[in-house]
Ligand binder design. Structure first.
Ligand SMILES: [Zn+2]
Length: 371
C-alpha cells in the first residue's frame, strides 16, 4: 500500500515537477542568486583525519576560497558559508546536518554545495565524485546496507526510518523530482572540472539518503574532493596548489550552473528533465500494480466499450482501468487503486477537476461491487 501511495503521488506530481523545473529555478527579475557552501564537519566532528590533513579544516579552507573566487567571478551572487570557523550547529550529527539544510532554506539558496573529502577502507579507491539525492525506492533499498552502516553518524537517514506515508516524505519526493536534473547538471560540471586537475572522475552518484540534502528544498550536492585514504589522492591534496584548484573547479561549476539557468535553462538540463520523468514513470509503473480488490475512482460509465487510451482520458494516460458493472451503463472506466475509501476520497478532488461527476466505487476481481 505504501508503495502504491508513493507511486500515485509520483504520477500526480510528475507533470507539475517537470514543467515547473524549467521555470521555478529561474530567479525572478531583480532577485539575487544565492549559493550556500557547506564546509562539512567541524566542531566535535573532524571528519576523516589522515596524517596532516583533517577533513574539517581542509574543506573549510576550500570553501572560503570558493567564496573568495566567486566574489570576482560572479559579483552579484550572494554566497553564504554554513560555518566559517571550527564549529557545528549541534552535537548530534543528524541534527547538525538538518540545521545546515535549514540554514540554506532560510537564505533562499538556489544551490547548496556541501564540500567533503572522502575515505575508504580499500586504499586503492581514488578519485573525485559528487552525490545527489535520490528517493527512488529501488536505489534507496539497494543502498540500505550502506546507509545502515553509517546510520550512527547521522550523515544518512536509514530508509527504514522514513515514513513513506508522511507529508514530509511526499514533499521531499516532489522536491527531488523537481531538483534532481539541476543537481545533476551541477554535479557533472563539478566532476568534470575537478578531474581536469588529474583526479579520476568517479562521476555523479545517488543512493544513500543524505540528511542534509533531504531537508534542503532546492538543488544540492555533496562534493567529495578526493580520497584521503589513497596515497596518490592524498599526495595531490597535500600539494599547495590543490585547495585553490579544487575551489576553482567548484566555483567555475557554480558560475556555469547559473549561466545555464539564466540562459533559460540549457538544453542539457531540459533533456535530463525528460529523461528523469521517463525513468520515474518506468519505476513507478512497476509498483503501480492495482490491488485485487479495493476502491477506485470512477470517471465515467458507458453503454458501449471505449478505448482506455481514448482522448477524453488524456490526463490519465496508461492509468485507466475498465471494470464491469451491472445495468445499461456497464462499462466503468476508473483509475487508481486504494485499500481504503478514505484514501480514494483524498484523490477524488483532483479527479473532479477533469471529470466533475467522478466518484469513489468499490471493486473486486475486475467488477464494481456494492459492498
Ligand atoms: Zn565528510
Amino acid at each position: 500500500m505504501r508503495n502504491l501511495i508513493i507511486a500515485l503521488m509520483l504520477l500526480l506530481l510528475l507533470p507539475v515537477g517537470a514543467n515547473a523545473a524549467g521555470v521555478e529555478n529561474v530567479a525572478p527579475e531583480g532577485r539575487k542568486r544565492v549559493v550556500v557552501i557547506d564546509p562539512g564537519h567541524g566542531g566535535p566532528r573532524p571528519g576523516k583525519v589522515m596524517k596532516d590533513i583533517a577533513e574539517e579544516h581542509y574543506v573549510l579552507d576550500v570553501s572560503k576560497e570558493v567564496r573568495k573566487q566567486l566574489r570576482t567571478k560572479m559579483s552579484d551572487l550572494e554566497v553564504y558559508l554554513t560555518r566559517s570557523s571550527d564549529s557545528a550547529y549541534h552535537e548530534k550529527q543528524s541534527e547538525d546536518n538538518k540545521r545546515r539544510a535549514e540554514f540554506a532554506n532560510r537564505k533562499g539558496a538556489d544551490l547548496y554545495v556541501s564540500i567533503h573529502a572522502n575515505a575508504h577502507e580499500k586504499t586503492s579507491v581514488h578519485g573525485c565524485e559528487v552525490w545527489v539525492l535520490t528517493l527512488n525506492e529501488r536505489l534507496m533499498n539497494q543502498n540500505q546496507g550502506q546507509a545502515a552502516r553509517y546510520a550512527d553518524d547521522g550523515d544518512f537517514i536509514d530508509p527504514k526510518d522514513i515514513d513513506r506515508t508522511s507529508q514530509g516524505f511526499m514533499m521531499a519526493v516532489a522536491r527531488q523530482l523537481e531538483n534532481e536534473p539541476f543537481s545533476r547538471f551541477f554535479a557533472e560540471e563539478c566532476c568534470r572540472n575537478m578531474s581536469s586537475y588529474g583526479l579520476k572522475n568517479l562521476g555523479v552518484k545517488a543512493g544513500p539518503v543524505f540528511t542534509v540534502l533531504y531537508y534542503f528544498e532546492g538543488p544540492g550536492v555533496i562534493v567529495e574532493l578526493a580520497y584521503l585514504t589513497n596515497s596518490n589522492d592524498y599526495a595531490y591534496l597535500s600539494e599547495k596548489r590543490a585547495k585553490t584548484e579544487m575551489a576553482t573547479a567548484i566555483s567555475d561549476a557554480i558560475v556555469s550552473y547559473f549561466k545555464a539557468l539564466d540562459g533559460n535553462v540549457s538544453e542539457s538540463v531540459s533533456e535530463q528533465t525528460s529523461e528523469l520523468v521517463e525513468s520515474a514513470e518506468a519505476a513507478t509503473a512497476e509498483v503501480a500494480e492495482p490491488l485485487a480488490e479495493g476502491y477506485t475512482i470512477q470517471l465515467i460509465s458507458s453503454t458501449v466499450e471505449v478505448d482506455k487510451g481514448d482522448y477524453q482520458f488524456k490526463s490519465y494516460k496508461g492509468r485507466v482501468e475498465l471494470y464491469m458493472g451491472t445495468g445499461r451503463y456497464k462499462y466503468k472506466y476508473c483509475y487508481g487503486s486504494y485499500a481504503t475509501r478514505e484514501a480514494a476520497q483524498e484523490e477524488l478532488m483532483r479527479a473532479r477537476e477533469t471529470f466533475k461527476d467522478a466518484y469513489v466505487v468499490r471493486y473486486k476481481d475486475g467488477r464494481i461491487v456494492t459492498k
